[in-house]
Design a protein around this ligand. Structure first.
Ligand SMILES: Cc1ncc(COP(=O)(O)O)c(C=O)c1O
Length: 394
């Protein structure tokens, strides 16, 4: 694919070089809702400059006074299908792509439709905290099967999942790449899960929205390319909002397969009409014209992971951390330390650093916290140094 991006792509370090004073002027969630003396390292927004092609696309829409309903999503579908083919060897029929307000809305519709009389959905905590909110609004309940061996990255408990399926649960909400662990499951692991799902005629909703941010050298397998069983059972959810940092614009992509599930009556024309026009414009620009920007950001995250790996033993001895394989989130495990309260509460009060509370990712995360590395190296160092200044707890 020929990109229209200029060759003078700034480095990741340059893209994240934004002073606190500028970020504190933002009105979006991460910076605007913390006290002025708090360093925010919580919600998954990045401290980054928007990709130029996204900026330009939005500016062009502004100049046209163009803020109506979405017209067509053909450009977006083609841009995503090309990206998936080039990056992941995934051949998608653009007819199988539908556009939604966001990933949450698409997931809710699928969960509601397929949960059936059991009314439960299998999830594998610690897992993206909003899965619990998604379920609440979808009027389904979680069937929790915690990942095993989280200290080594986290693995499916296939026996536990089978127990849930045998008890009548018919939907699995998968997170791959995983938030908060940054784990990218292998094709073999996904294949085993697909076999199990197919055996029980279950539906797998595969949330893959962190996939564009998989690190260099890590093999990522989209669910719908795993096996025939995966295609029979799955729907994949994608966005550009996370990887290109425009969550507030809203736009979710659902990909079904020729042989897989899709709710009767869930009409892509209607879901498109319900979606955010500017989110659609930005998403098309991201997948089509912002690949060099993405690669600079991915490289930066790998460097941030290495930096955090170096900083932790010095500033926060005893805290466990397994380096992620994707994205910008770090799962810190304080269970072997003397800390007796929720880590996010302790560090907010004592160090004025805002982390995401581990317990919001499921009760298995109570002695953990999620740290957002989607910032500059300098600010990451400042965050960890501030935490280290109140460590160990007295
Ligand atoms: C795994 C996962 N799914 C979905 C979302 C929500 O994405 P959006 O708000 O762009 O739909 C997030 C946001 O962080 C996430 O981490």
């Amino acid at each position: 694919m020929v990109s229209t991006e200029k060759s003078s792509q700034p480095t990741g370090a340059e893209l994240f070089d934004i002073p606190d004073s500028h970020l504190r002027g933002r009105a979006s969630l991460k910076w605007s809702t913390v006290e002025p003396d708090v360093l925010p390292a919580w919600v998954a927004e990045m401290d980054v400059h928007l990709a130029p092609a996204i900026f330009q696309t939005l500016q062009n829409a502004l100049f046209r006074d163009d803020a109506g309903y979405p017209g067509t999503s053909d450009g977006l579908s083609t841009a995503f299908a090309n990206f998936a083919c080039d990056r992941w060897d995934w051949n998608i029929d653009p007819e199988h792509i539908s556009i939604h307000i966001d990933a949450a809305t698409a997931a809710s519709k699928l969960m509601r439709y397929y949960a059936g009389p059991d009314g439960r959905v299998i999830i594998m905590p610690p897992v993206y905290n909003r899965f619990y909110d998604w379920m609440r609004v979808s009027e389904v309940r979680p069937y929790e099967v915690p990942l095993t061996d989280v200290a080594r990255g986290g693995f499916f408990d296939l026996a536990g999942i089978e127990e849930g399926l045998a008890a009548g649960t018919r939907v699995i909400l998968l997170c791959n790449p995983h938030n908060p662990l940054g784990r990218v499951y292998s094709k073999q692991e996904l294949g085993q899960l697909a076999e199990l799902a197919a055996q029980y005629d279950a539906v797998v909703i595969s949330d893959e929205i962190h996939a564009p941010m998989v690190y260099h050298g890590v093999e990522y397998t989209p669910w719908l390319t795993v096996s025939e069983a995966a295609q029979h059972t799955g729907v994949a959810l994608h966005t550009a909002t996370k990887s290109w940092n425009f969550a507030g614009l809203k736009c979710g992509i659902a990909v079904r397969s020729a042989t897989g599930p899709w709710p009767e009556g869930l009409d892509p024309k209607i879901t498109l009409n319900d979606s955010g026009f500017w989110g659609i414009l930005a998403t098309e620009a991201a997948f089509k014209d912002c690949r060099a920007w993405l690669d600079a950001v991915r490289e930066h995250f790998q460097a941030q992971t290495e930096l955090l790996t170096d900083l932790l033993p010095h500033h926060l001895p005893g805290v466990k951390f397994h380096p992620p394989q994707a994205s910008f989130l770090a799962w810190l495990d304080f269970s072997d330390t003397d800390l007796t309260e929720e880590p996010a509460d302790y560090f907010l009060r004592e160090a004025r650093v805002a982390l995401s509370p581990g317990s919001s990712f499921g009760s298995v995360g109570t002695s953990c916290a999620r740290l957002n590395m989607g910032t500059s190296a300098e600010r990451l160092e400042r965050i960890v140094t501030a935490m280290g200044a109140v460590w160990p707890p007295r």
